[in-house]
Design a protein around this ligand. Sequence first.
Ligand SMILES: [Zn+2]
Length: 247
Amino acid sequence: MISLMDTHIHLDAPELNGQGLDLLSEAQRYGISHFVVPGVRVSGWSGMLALAKNTENVYLAPGLHPANADQWTTSAEHQLKELTVEPKVVAIGEIGLDGTVGIALQRQEMVFRAQLQIALDAGLPVLLHSRKTTGRVLDILRELEVGKRVSGVWHGFSGSLQVAQELFALGFKIGVGPILLRKNARKLPEAVKVLPASALVLETDLPDMAERPEVLLKVAEKVAELRGVSLEEVAWTTTENARQLFF
Ligand SMILES: [Zn+2]
């Protein structure tokens, strides 16, 4: 039996109407055994924590999505710092910059930096979200030496091999998700083929990018096909990469 880890799954998303736990038992039938739930909004953090406390193999990456950067307050900062000591909290996420949302990038960057600082202080890796902001995010990660100090995952990666290699050199993993399954995907398959095995972790980003949890298995199968290795090898390597990062 293979064991896969979904490093980015929004089990607490309002769209799931509280059915996240049903998805977990479904996922387990496909060998998906471990899950990391990233934060999106401040009001979601307590529910995420309750879910993780009550559910085996569900871990948390609380944080504020850049699209919600306007929710950042002293109280939010306080709450996030307190969450870092919870045993089930394995990362801070999903944090970063998003050039497609209606919040000034200056504001987003202030909130991103504050959350990076919390992760660095707590020694926790980060789950990064970046859209149309690759250069700026890379500059900040380099400046603060985030990769070297705590590492993390560039979630939903869709960039070029060159950017992936740069991220890996900085100390980050590449979060490979359902974008890989798109018929018109060009850059990501090329990167997945060439990157070192130790660079890759898997994710669904459910419910945004996938409706069913077993999409993770399809992503793993595609990675295996592209790299010319067995599904078992992809499962073992990606799960081990994630384990080393988070546990
Ligand atoms: Zn997400």
